[in-house]
Design a protein around this ligand. Structure first.
Ligand SMILES: Cc1cc2nc3c(=O)[nH]c(=O)nc-3n(C[C@H](O)[C@H](O)[C@H](O)COP(=O)(O)O)c2cc1C
Length: 236
């Protein structure tokens, strides 16, 4: 089993989100081949919208940068994990740039409306890509994921088709670095490890697991107290 982790936090190794991603991977069986890529350390230029990948060079992007090294890694992975913070209700810019550059994986769009909500808006060029699993792991700074993530989820639904990806969305992201929240986050990360084992086995997470890992780690009051102390310390 090949797993490709795309770290889309500009904080790279210091990412809050990466704590969850690492715990999720700890649940995978021994022998799993895991490759980590820090997208913010790579030279990935924005898509220029030339549509060469749909015309002159079908399936190939003409921009010569480090995305060319990423295409074969994405193709070879059985599971792609995107790990990133929520920025203004959506994906951060480097993840968006990488996503736009995935247009060569899609077939040209001929203006047809996709009625099936389970289908991706753009059909995949290669059938083999359907077997790949996408896991999106994201943290946000708010106490509740519900008002924060609808725009990102809608975008992912349209890109992948509803139900064709797994999203692990975690509130209270700053808890992953706050000294005082160590005990609480350990409990949460233990649940995430179990979820990783379940995903490695079933390539999906049950509704019960999703419910367990979607609960806020602290109450709004508890989160407020811990984050206030954390920001005070950070401002010194
Ligand atoms: C530019 C920027 C925009 C953000 N936008 C949101 C947001 O819309 N909603 C939210 O709850 N948190 C938002 N946050 C907070 C981050 O999502 C949160 O701190 C996250 O845990 C950081 O993860 P990372 O350490 O993996 O980068 C934002 C942070 C930054 C720097």
């Amino acid at each position: 089993m090949n797993v490709l982790v795309l770290n889309g936090s500009p904080k790279a190794e210091k990412s809050n989100t990466l704590n969850i991603t690492k715990a999720f991977l700890e649940g995978f069986p021994e022998g799993t081949k895991i490759e980590h890529v820090n997208l913010y350390k790579m030279n990935i230029k924005p898509c220029v919208g030339c549509f060469s990948c749909w015309s002159k060079t079908p399936g190939k992007c003409i921009i010569k940068d480090e995305m060319q090294e990423l295409y074969p890694k994405i193709e070879a992975a059985d599971i792609v994990i995107e790990s990133f913070p929520l920025y203004f209700f959506g994906m951060p810019s480097q993840i968006k740039a990488m996503t736009d550059r995935c247009l060569p994986f899609m077939l040209p769009y001929m203006g047809n409306l996709v009625e099936d909500k389970n289908a991706s808006f753009h059909e995949l060029r290669d059938e083999k890509m359907h077997k790949k699993r996408l896991v999106v792991i994201s943290t946000c700074g708010y106490v509740d994921t519900k008002p924060m993530f609808p725009a990102l989820l809608k975008e992912l639904d349209l890109i992948c088709g509803e139900g064709h990806y797994t999203a692990i969305l975690c509130p209270e992201g700053e808890l992953f670095i706050a000294e005082k929240a160590k005990r609480q986050r350990e409990g949460y990360l233990a649940e995430i490890r179990k979820a990783g084992a379940e995903f490695a086995h079933n390539r999906a997470l049950s509704a019960e697991t999703m419910e367990r890992i979607s609960k806020p780690i602290l109450s709004p009051k508890g989160f407020e107290a811990i984050t206030l102390a954390h920001w005070e310390q950070k401002s010194k």
